[in-house]
Design a protein around this ligand. Structure first.
Ligand SMILES: Nc1ncnc2c1ncn2[C@@H]1O[C@H](COP(=O)(O)OP(=O)(O)OP(=O)(O)O)[C@@H](O)[C@H]1O
Length: 266
């Protein structure tokens, strides 16, 4: 594959997607007319106000909930026709929900990432061990490997969850709000780590976040969800199109295009 083809490799595509919730009685559309193409090796940030539908979109993309209509394709294949085991070999997920298995050591937790590939008892081969060690190294937590997860800080735990996703050895990693509960430094650290991983491993990483300023600085492309529309483009293009100006009511914060960041409207 030549470089141009490599650069244009579309790994995940949403086509006329409509997302939301359906019961026997009614259908609630959270967002519709969603179209984007995620490229291999890109870092993609999904942003938008509280309650706009970011988690709903991520859950739909990872097939945890069905789309109301439209198509999602993974490497050109409709995810509807993909089994969950097959999906787990292409796409790994990092959610922010509290861990139920905090008694596990860091190594054991990261080893769970090998689940789609191990037998039913979860026996690890030498190759599995080396992938786990490599994942710990990539996020710089090798020295934590024998610690129990309940002994970790939120920032350390987030790195462990990313290492688990890396151990799953998938082309795509999806993270729902990976910087929640972290201080300013660690928010930047985690998002920068995700950027480094896309560059070093060629993985495609999609994350939702309220850290719009950081996402603008670090992402290759961004998905911006708004009430009436959804836009997908490079951060600099989104800025020049004035997309961030209309994200929130202007009474309190405004987007300063010169510095590419929000500030308080004093
Ligand atoms: N299980 C559910 N059943 C019905 N409606 C839901 C369900 N979960 C979320 N919603 C609704 O869908 C809409 C989008 O919610 P979602 O959690 O996707 O937003 P979000 O952008 O991730 O928000 P936040 O930034 O606050 O996490 C909201 O109006 C919410 O009330």
């Amino acid at each position: 594959m030549n470089m141009t083809a490599e650069r244009q490799h579309i790994i995940l595509k949403a086509d006329q997607l409509s997302i939301g919730y359906k019961t026997k009685k009614k259908e609630t559309v959270v967002a519709s007319d969603i179209n984007f193409e995620l490229q291999k090796g890109h870092l993609i940030g999904l942003v938008g106000a509280n309650g706009i539908g970011k988690s709903t979109l991520l859950r739909t993309l990872i097939k945890v909930q069905p789309a109301l209509s439209g198509n999602i394709s993974l490497n050109g294949k409709n995810i509807q026709t993909t089994t969950n085991l097959e999906l787990a070999k292409h796409l790994s997920i990092v959610l922010t929900e509290p861990l139920t298995s905090k008694n596990l050591t860091v190594f054991e937790l990261v080893a769970l990432g090998r689940h789609p590939y191990t037998n039913w008892i979860g026996n690890l081969t030498e190759a599995d061990d080396s992938i786990i060690s490599n994942s710990l190294e990539l996020v710089n937590i090798t020295e934590l490997k024998d610690k129990r997860c309940y002994e970790l800080s939120d920032g350390q735990l987030q790195k462990v969850m990313i290492a688990r996703a890396l151990a799953q050895d998938t082309a795509i990693i999806v993270l729902d709000e990976p910087t929640t509960h972290l201080d300013m430094y660690h928010k930047a650290y985690i998002l920068k780590l995700l950027q480094t991983l896309t560059k070093e491993t060629g993985k495609t990483i999609l994350f939702s976040s309220h850290e719009i300023d950081l996402a603008i600085q670090l992402c290759d492309t961004m998905i911006v969800m708004q009430k009436d529309k959804m836009v997908f483009d490079q951060p600099c293009k989104l800025i020049s199109e004035g997309v961030f100006n209309s994200l929130f009511p202007k009474d309190l914060i405004v987007f300063d295009e010169k510095i590419g960041s929000f500030r308080v409207n004093k």
